[in-house]
Design a protein around this ligand. Structure first.
Ligand SMILES: Nc1ncnc2c1ncn2[C@@H]1O[C@H](COP(=O)(O)OP(=O)(O)O)[C@@H](O)[C@H]1O
Ligand SMILES: [Mg+2]
Length: 405
């Protein structure tokens, strides 16, 4: 008779994979191969002008020559000057002081302006939530925005992308911040400031995710039975640190959870990535229904709860595919300006990034054809610009009908 399979079988698969992954991770994270050891690549004057400052290239070159005391970067082979991101932001501050950067292009908050808290949210997996959060964070950080990433996914892919692995490295994660019992199982609740880690990417910090987030779900159920509210769990913790950031970006898991509801409560804007397939649109309808009733119950707790903006981003989009092209115009006809104008194109440069753990700004442009690189760069840059514009409207620096400088 055939052996029946049970818990030991699954357990043995898990043991074998776990062992193999650990081995692979220890290779990936051997000294000097970690991103945090190598740091971020340097940027050209062209990139500084086009992406970081959004300033005419020749104007920037003129400022670099005429304003004294600015960092000079280093001269690379081929007579190409490059700058670290820290140098770029030092130059940006100096140009702002000198009146060369208009207010609506200056990323820092002014007195009285509040932090943008953007929830990247869709219940479906594989719709580019994590890729959107990672790339958006990097483009905004390159512009000079101070970004805090909050990884709400127990799988912690976003944290992985930034080479922060709370579970593997034994650092506290968001779970340790949110947990109810101040002290249990030999662990103690951690103040949020102690759980946030700087990444190798200047201007991006992260509150890492962890598999233990699943425990938060069980604990919330029993805490709720004792009358301890969970809605404000994330916003209360965040309120202690958010002033230090211009933008907080939440990456969400592909399921509804108490943690996601608490993030919905904590956020003041939403970006919904939607991949370009008919089935995805059908599931979006169900998702929007669920999100709407979740928000309704949040409004029951906090009647003043409002979002500054809610936008939908078409992802993994191939404009050459007639069916997708049709879907895109259907969505734009139906949803109008709720859709971002820029789509997140399907691109090998992004698919590869999933394997090499390198978001687009970190890859060597020369490892792709110029056209491949430029198209996806333009797509991601366009998305970041639209989100930046929403941020500036929310801050009141531009009117909602106006263009930025
Ligand atoms: N625009 C894109 N083009 C090609 N591959 C993509 C794109 N966006 C995401 N991917 C790949 O699809 C997979 C799922 O994307 P991910 O961002 O993790 O989605 P989610 O967080 O919604 O589950 C990853 O392997 C990622 O590299
Ligand atoms: Mg994800």
């Amino acid at each position: 008779m055939r052996d029946l399979l049970g818990s030991e079988t699954l357990g043995s698969f898990s043991d074998a994979l776990d062992e193999a992954l650990r081995l692979q991770a220890s290779k990936l994270h051997a000294p000097d191969s970690r991103k945090s050891d190598k740091g971020l690549r340097r940027f050209t004057i062209r990139e500084m002008a086009d992406i970081a400052f959004r300033m005419n290239y020749n104007t920037l070159r003129h400022h670099l020559k005429t304003i004294e005391g600015l960092p000079e970067g280093i001269m690379e082979p081929g007579n190409r000057r490059t700058f670290s991101l820290e140098e770029i932001h030092e130059i940006q501050s100096a140009l702002f002081e000198a009146g060369k950067v208009p207010n609506d292009l200056f990323p820092g908050k002014f007195e009285g302006e509040s932090t943008s808290k953007l929830l990247v949210y869709n219940l479906k997996g594989g719709v580019s939530k994590t890729s959107t959060a990672a790339n958006l964070a990097q483009f905004l950080a390159l512009r000079g925005f101070k970004v805090l990433l909050v990884d709400l996914d127990p799988q912690a892919s976003l944290s992985d992308l930034f080479d922060i692995q709370a579970d593997l490295d034994g650092f506290p994660s968001i779970y340790d911040v949110l947990r109810y019992e101040e002290q249990a199982d030999g662990e103690t609740r951690v103040p949020i400031a102690d759980a946030i880690q700087a990444t190798y990417f200047p201007n991006i910090d992260i509150l890492p995710g962890s598999i233990s987030l699943t425990e938060f779900e069980y604990e919330t159920a029993s805490a709720a039975a004792k009358g301890i509210p969970f809605y404000s769990r994330i916003s209360d913790a965040l309120s202690l640190v958010e002033d230090a950031y211009d933008v907080v970006l939440f990456d969400t898991p592909p399921h509804m959870s108490f943690c996601v509801i608490a993030a919905l409560y904590a956020s003041n804007s939403m970006l919904i990535p939607l991949s370009a397939g008919m089935l995805d649109v059908v599931s979006l309808v169900k998702f929007l229904d669920l999100a709407s009733s979740t928000l309704e119950s949040i409004e029951g707790v906090d009647p003043a709860k409002r979002f500054e903006f809610v936008r939908i981003l078409l992802t993994r989009y191939s404009p050459n595919d007639p069916a997708q092209l049709q879907l895109s115009s259907f969505l734009r006809n139906t949803l109008g300006t709720a859709m971002l104008n820029t789509d997140f194109l399907a691109s090998t440069a992004i698919a590869d990034a999933g394997n090499t753990m390198n978001p687009l700004l970190e890859v060597d442009p020369s490892s792709f054809t110029r056209k491949t690189y430029d198209r996806i760069l333009e797509s991601l840059h366009g998305i970041a610009l639209e989100i930046e514009r929403e941020i500036m409207v929310a801050r009141g620096r531009i009117g909602s009908g106006e263009e930025t400088s």
